[in-house]
Structure formats: structure tokens, C-alpha cells
Design a protein around this ligand. Structure first.
Ligand code: PLP
Length: 374
């Protein structure tokens, strides 16, 4: 019986493949950063996760929710959305959509606004998932190169023939914080939906967010996540903020139970515990500044960053040298990220800001490598 099944497996697999949509057969899926198993001794600085535990209130809230698991969750995540609206000083929950991670929000935006004739776009380089989500639904994806000056190319972005434009703020993977003037000018000039992806905004200082532009711009969407700033990447909670009419459109194409009970309860508890998160956020920012000073001392160059990561190049930078360094670090169980496909990123590494101890270890390794590979 088992043998008979294996004999049939190969031809059936081919037929299944042939039945798939052409764009699915051609799809290059998103490649997430490696996730080695805990306890294998890796210094993991490759996916910009929060390096501390989440607030202890998250565990309490999740434990208290367990007895409700026989029942479906609130389909609209209403209480979480009310808490987010209050925290953001918005009029009510109809300004907020909760997502299964902010990746879910990005997908819903494409689902609501884009198809084969309505394109999407972003900078180059940018967060790699945008193009993959566009390809999944056969949406053309256009990009504008980020100039070496790292100034936001407002006029060229605004002129892209796109229905939907994604701008990470701070920029991923370089960390640049855009001026609010530049973002506002883009919001005014671009005629489609402008998505400002604020996955890393918690580390950019108190006044950096495009939140203050929201009421005046009905075609502006801000996406956020609990993954990078609340230690909840594993819980999958993100959200977007926009005018109620736009939120209503996204709500139409949302899976009806996109956030489970544990996620809704855990995220709400995290949001309320600002006393826990604020000082740890400050610690991460302080570690980032110390790490940058360390890089200065080694003669490395780095992009100005308002995120919880640093993009940096060693002296004598080249794509080959960056690859060598990436591999040397990986051989010592230090995991960072190298993006070889874009000219602006091929010569350096993107390193997440971890705990104080992790950053000291990383600087030690970089120092040794820099001295032995002059
Ligand atoms: C990590 C990241 C996200 C995804 O966040 P999730 O909420 O974990 O899905 C979105 N945008 C950017 C730029 C990111 O770096």
C-alpha cells in the first residue's frame, strides 16, 4: 500500500503543479530571516526582534483567556482596536484595523486596491515582502531607487503609476527616518493610497511618526506592529490606522477571524503596560548609540538610523567583503543579514540591536574581523 502510494506521488505532483495559476508557479516566495532553534547558542541579530521578554502582563492576560478558547474570538478585535485608538488619540476604533501581524494589513491593502491593472510600488531597496504580496495577486510592482544621499525621492515616488505606494518609516533595511515635511509632501502629491509602514517607529523618537498627518489625509495609511517594539513577534499582531472609509474597505476583504483570542488579549495587555516598555525602548536606543560609537572607533561607516537595527559597511567595503564577513560571523554562530541584490545594501550588513551583552559580543567579533582583514 505504502509503495503503491509512492509510485503515484511524482506524476500527481506534476499534475498539481500544472493546475496552479501561472503566477503562483512563477512565484519566488518571501525569504524570512533564519530562525535557529533556541538553545543552539546563536547570537541572533538578523530579524530585528525585541531582545527582552514581553511584559509579564501578557502571560497573565493570555492565561486568563485560555478558558474562553472553546468560543470564537471577537471577529473585529473590537476591544483591542478601542485600546489602540485611545493610545493613538484617535476618535474611535473605526480608525483602526487589527491584523495578524502588520504583514496581514499589507496583504489586505493589496487585496483591496491592486490587481493586474492597478499597480503597487515602493523604494528600492525596501521591505522585501511588498513585492512578493504584489506578485501573489498578479499586481505589477514598480520601484524608485533610493538615492545615495538617502533623501526621500518625493517627486519620482509621487509620479509612479501606482494605486498603492509603500514607504517604510524608518526605512528598511537602512534605518533612515524621513522628515515629516517630505512625507506630507508625498501624501499631498501622490494620487493613490500612501502606506507608511511604521514597523520601527518606536525607536525613532517621540515626534517622528506620520500619525500627526492622518486626519488631514484621507488616502494615508499607517501600519504598525507589536513584533519589533513589544516582544510579540511570535503572537502575530499588527494594525493599521486610517480614515474610517479606508478602514471599512480593508475590513471587507479581511478574514473574519484574523486575530485569535490569545493574540487579542496579549496585545491589549502589552499596549497598557507602557511603564514596562518605555524604559526598555530607551535601553535599546542607548545600545544602538553605543554600538554606532563602537563602529566609528573601528572605522566602519553606517547609515543614520532611527530603527532597532544598524546598516553598516566595513572599511574597504565591497559586496565580496560583506559576503565573507557574513559567512565568518555565521561560522561563529552570529546571525545578521546581508542583502546582496541591491546596490545600496550589497556592501554592508544589517545588524539588529540586541541586549547590551549581545552588542558587546558583536562589536568584539567585528573588531577582530576588521583587524584580521584589513
Ligand atoms: C518586520 C516588518 C514588518 C512585519 O511585521 P509583522 O507585524 O511581524 O508582520 C512589516 N514591515 C517592516 C518594514 C518590517 O520590518
Amino acid at each position: 500500500m505504502a509503495e503503491a502510494m509512492t509510485q503515484h506521488a511524482a506524476p500527481d505532483a506534476e499534475r498539481v503543479e500544472a493546475l496552479a495559476l501561472e503566477r503562483v508557479r512563477a512565484l519566488k516566495p518571501y525569504v524570512p530571516g533564519l530562525q535557529p532553534a533556541p538553545g543552539e547558542g546563536w547570537l541572533k541579530l538578523n530579524t530585528n526582534e525585541w531582545p527582552y521578554p514581553p511584559s509579564p502582563r501578557v502571560a497573565e492576560a493570555i492565561a486568563a483567556e485560555v478558558e474562553q478558547l472553546p468560543y470564537y474570538p471577537q471577529p473585529t478585535s473590537l476591544r483591542l482596536r478601542e485600546a489602540i485608538a485611545a493610545a493613538e488619540g484617535l476618535q474611535g476604533p473605526d480608525w483602526v484595523l487589527a491584523g495578524n501581524g502588520s504583514d496581514d494589513c499589507l496583504n489586505l491593502l493589496l487585496r483591496a486596491f491592486c490587481d493586474a491593472r492597478a499597480a503597487a510600488g515602493s523604494l528600492e531597496p525596501t521591505y522585501g515582502l511588498y513585492a512578493v504580496l504584489a506578485a501573489i495577486q498578479g499586481t505589477p510592482f514598480h520601484t524608485v531607487p533610493l538615492p545615495e544621499s538617502l533623501e526621500l525621492p518625493v517627486a519620482t515616488l509621487a509620479a509612479l503609476p501606482c494605486r498603492l505606494l509603500f514607504v517604510p518609516h524608518p526605512h528598511a533595511p537602512l534605518g533612515r527616518v524621513w522628515s515629516l515635511d517630505a512625507l506630507q509632501s508625498l501624501a499631498e502629491r501622490f494620487s493613490g493610497i500612501l502606506v507608511i509602514d511604521e514597523a520601527y517607529i518606536a525607536f525613532a523618537g517621540p515626534d517622528a511618526s506620520a500619525r500627526q498627518l492622518l486626519e488631514r489625509h484621507p488616502r494615508l495609511v499607517i501600519t504598525r506592529t507589536f513584533s519589533k517594539s513589544h516582544g510579540l513577534a511570535g503572537l502575530r499582531v499588527g494594525f493599521c490606522l486610517a480614515h474610517p472609509a479606508l478602514i471599512g474597505l480593508l475590513d471587507r476583504v479581511r478574514e473574519s477571524y484574523n486575530l485569535d483570542r490569545l493574540a487579542q488579549a496579549g496585545a491589549r495587555a502589552a499596549l497598557e503596560d507602557t511603564a514596562y516598555y518605555a524604559p526598555l525602548t530607551q535601553r535599546i536606543v542607548a545600545s544602538r548609540e553605543r554600538f554606532c560609537q563602537g563602529l566609528d572607533a573601528l572605522g566602519w561607516a553606517y547609515a543614520p538610523t532611527g530603527a532597532n537595527f544598524v546598516f553598516a559597511e566595513p572599511p574597504g567595503a565591497s559586496p565580496e567583503r560583506a559576503k565573507q564577513l557574513y559567512e565568518a560571523l555565521a561560522a561563529e554562530r552570529v546571525l545578521v543579514r546581508h542583502f546582496p541584490r541591491s546596490a545600496l545594501t550589497s556592501k554592508g550588513l544589517r545588524m539588529s540591536v540586541g541586549t547590551e551583552g549581545a552588542m558587546e559580543q558583536l562589536l568584539d567579533r567585528l573588531s577582530t574581523w576588521t583587524q584580521t582583514h584589513a
